[in-house]
Design a protein around this ligand. Structure first.
Ligand SMILES: [Zn+2]
Length: 89
């Protein structure tokens, strides 16, 4: 949850200090998978049992797309891990 997008004027406000996540990821030697905009509908979607990527259907917003992008990066990372494990066996 890196930013808040105002539902009225769509202004984007950084919620956390700039660069903190990037610095910690480099320090821990882990990739940054993405950032999800802070949005009250994420909680409402989860409470209704329908994650945002499902609740929004084909009308993908930046919010649901950020979840999809993270899922894609996790999947790509798993493929790299799977391939590197297979080549070491
Ligand atoms: Zn506003």
């Amino acid at each position: 949850m890196g930013t808040f997008i105002c539902p009225h004027c769509h202004h984007t406000t950084p919620v956390f200090l700039a660069g903190g996540v990037e610095r910690e990821a480099m320090k821990q030697n882990v990739p940054i998978l993405g950032s999800i905009p802070l949005d009250e509908s994420i909680c409402a979607d989860a409470d209704s049992g329908r994650p945002s990527v499902i609740a929004e259907g084909q009308d993908a917003s930046a919010r649901s797309q950020s979840f999809r992008d993270i899922a894609d990066r996790v999947l790509a990372g798993l493929e790299v891990f799977k391939n590197s494990s297979a080549s070491q066996a």
